[in-house]
Write a protein that binds this ligand. Structure first.
Ligand code: ADP
Length: 655
């Protein structure tokens, strides 16, 4: 027996025991080697006129033997001589494909489409097999050789036994895996079944260019059921050789060649979704870095999208072979809902994730993927508002988190994709639409945040603003206000004008919570009047602030109020809604509080009552009024009163 080299032993041990957790990929590796071997033979036939092969006969065959516990992957490709068996399989991580490519130059690389650089491909067999026998006969040779190993110490190479590839022209390779017993960690029994193997082929090698054939059991209804006795079987079974893989990848086709129905079916079966995708994006690149990509925006959000277990990523193929089911590096987090496939013969990958992340080709593809998704969404927003609103309902929250999580850094990318409910328009609007409809005198985007649209609509600050002709965005998702704080401003891009419509200049517009105490929506006159009133009634407001204690930082007249007698505004960066959201979080105890200001409407009849109470020096009445005004303002905001018993008592006292 020949010994594996020490490094090989170490590597083998490492791989079998740790690197791959996903053991079922062994089949993909063997199938891709078989496909390479066929490519090599086709290539030889192309370049050497003395070699003639019938391309139609070239195929990969997968079979199993339940009793012997073997799975065999065969090909009638180029095969290996004894020396090649030694060289290729004797040294782990030796890449024969690479040597072949180097020898023949890269010029024909495309015709060959050889998949190399997958490192330890063949050796992955030992993850599921305790012994592997490779019987191979090189094209043009009349002797087959057998390589055999337990993947631990070493291997043997001997002439193959009688019956092993000894027919006329029986070139090619059989890789026979003697499967380990099933364990809890790895169910190897499933590889000893038609469905088990078929499932693996479909999942990992469906788009290998050569046919992958399997003997399958078919059952057919009998021809003459009426003439048979009642208990006779109505179906007969027979074995049939079937090509299990689809061979032509749908993503290689141009969108114009494919019916949407076919995309939909492909999407549904590949990504296990009942609903057809909302959008299909197909694009291709040629040149130094060539690839095909097919992306889908789902019609519905997967149930686990917002859970910790959700894994984003696109399937990554290299030359039709699945490298990674979910390559996370291809998608930014905020587009985590996108499903799809990228296939590039140019991404050279090793099995470890680190190499993936550092891969420059992959980064270039990821960049284009991101741009494509954005422009598709922008198109959808412009062309099919209804569909976009549905999309946004499903996935908008993720886009908002994309801005919030990066401290607003992605705002430029994402802000124009956001929709908010407009209090004035009573429908969803974009920030751009808001800014373009902004009336004279307003230089901020106003929003109100809370848990229900109905309640927000009735907030004094909102009704006040709307009455003045200003729009307010009603935000009901927990992330909204945090996102706005991260953004601080909305940058509206310029739009070039044309003969009919004038252009729009770029603008930077501040975002402001409409309940913010220092917001000036009022006219200069109103503001001066409010300031004056605050000054004139300094004593009154001082007395009220004293009654309310540390619940409020100030009591003052607000020019913003129109109908309501009073409202709670805030000073500083924390709004009431943010306070509420943070109170529900894990650090509730440490969460910062909003600085509340009790704002009084000096034009409301209630104000006169306050003034009268102060004038009469009726301390009790003033305390009662102050507490009641504060509590009812809290209730209007949708916040609990601090002391419900006290509140109830105060109401009774008033009556
Ligand atoms: P890689 O495929 O990345 O080169 P492997 O360890 O999977 O690495 O295979 C090593 C080499 O063994 C291959 O490069 C190829 O030359 C040879 N080989 C493997 N399987 C076959 C096969 N079915 N037919 C011919 N050659 C093969």
């Amino acid at each position: 027996m020949k010994q594996f080299k020490t490094e090989s032993k170490k590597l083998l041990d490492l791989m079998i025991n740790s690197i791959y957790t996903n053991r079922e990929i062994f089949l993909r590796e063997l199938v891709s080697n078989a496909s390479d071997a066929i490519d090599k033979l086709s290539f030889a036939a192309l370049t050497d006129p003395s070699i003639s092969v019938n391309q139609d006969d070239l195929a990969i065959r997968v079979s199993f033997d339940k009793d012997a516990r073997t799975v065999t992957v065969s090909d009638n490709g180029i095969g290996m001589t004894a020396e090649e068996l030694e060289e290729n399989l004797g040294t782990i991580a030796h890449s024969g494909s690479e040597a072949f490519k180097a020898e023949h130059g890269d010029a024909q690389g495309d015709a060959m489409d050889i998949i190399g650089q997958f490192g330890v491909g063949f050796y992955s067999s030992f993850m599921v097999a305790s012994r592997v026998r490779v019987v191979s006969r090189a094209f043009g040779s009349d002797q087959a050789f057998a390589w055999e190993s337990d993947g631990v110490e070493g291997y043997t190479i001997e002439p193959a036994a009688a019956g092993e590839r000894d027919g006329a022209d029986d070139h090619g390779t059989d890789v026979i895996l003697y499967l380990r017993e099933s364990t809890e960690a790895e169910d190897t029994d499933r590889y000893l079944s038609e469905w088990g193997l078929r499932d693996l082929i479909r999942r990992y090698s469906n788009y290998v260019r050569h046919p992958i054939q399997m003997m399958v059991t078919k059952s057919e209804p009998v021809a003459n059921p009426d003439e048979l006795p009642d208990d006779a079987p109505r179906y007969v079974e027979h074995q049939e050789l079937e090509t299990v893989n689809s061979m032509t990848p749908i993503w290689k086709k141009r969108a114009s060649e494919v019916e949407q129905d076919d995309y939909d079916e492909f999407y549904k079966s590949t990504f296990h979704d009942y609903t057809a995708p909302a959008r299909t994006i197909s694009f291709h690149a040629e040149g130094a870095l060539s690839y095909d990509a097919l992306l889908f925006i789902p019609g519905e959000a997967p149930f686990d999208l917002y859970s910790k277990d959700y894994e984003k990523g696109l399937a990554l193929y290299s030359s039709n072979v699945l490298i990674q089911e979910k390559c996370a590096d291809l998608l930014p987090d905020y587009y985590n809902f996108v499903r799809g496939i990228v296939d590039s013969p140019d991404v050279h990958l090793n099995i470890s994730r680190e190499t993936l992340q550092q891969n420059a080709q992959l980064r270039a593809i990821a960049k284009r993927v991101e741009r494509k998704i954005k422009s598709e969404l922008a198109t959808m927003l412009a062309d099919d508002r209804e569909a976009y609103e549905k999309f946004f309902e499903n996935f908008g929250r993720g886009l908002k988190f994309g801005i919030y999580n990066t401290y607003g850094m992605n705002a430029g990318e994402l802000a124009d994709l956001l929709l908010f409910y407009s209090a004035k328009e009573q429908k969803m609007v974009t920030l751009r639409e808001y800014v373009q409809a902004m009336p004279e005198g307003l230089d901020k985007i106003l929003y109100a945040a809370g848990d229900s649209r109905e309640r927000l609509e009735k907030l004094p600050a909102v009704t006040g603003a709307v009455k003045r002709g200003y729009d307010v965005l009603l935000c009901t998702q927990d992330v909204d206000e945090f996102m706005f704080q991260a953004m601080r401003t909305y940058h509206m891009d310029a739009v070039a004008g044309d003969a009919e419509t004038p252009g729009v200049d770029a603008r930077e517009v501040e975002l402001a919570n409409v309940s913010t105490a220092d917001l000036d929506l009022a006219t200069e006159e109103e503001k001066t009047a409010a300031e004056q009133a605050t000054k004139d009634h300094e004593d009154l407001f001082g007395a009220m602030a004293e009654v309310l204690g540390d619940k409020v930082s100030a009591v003052r007249v607000s020019a913003n109020l129109t109908d309501a007698p009073a409202s709670i505004g805030t000073e500083g960066p924390i709004s009431l809604e943010m306070e509420r959201v943070m109170q529900q979080g894990p650090d509730a105890g440490m969460a910062p509080k909003a600085h509340r200001v009790l704002e009084i409407n000096a034009n409301h009849p209630v104000f006169e009552k306050l003034v009268a109470a102060k004038a009469a020096d009726d301390q009790d009445k003033l305390a009662l009024y102050a507490s009641l005004l504060y509590d009812q303002a809290l209730l209007v905001e949708g916040l609990p009163v601090d002391d419900p018993v006290e509140f109830a008592k105060n109401v009774c006292a008033l009556m």
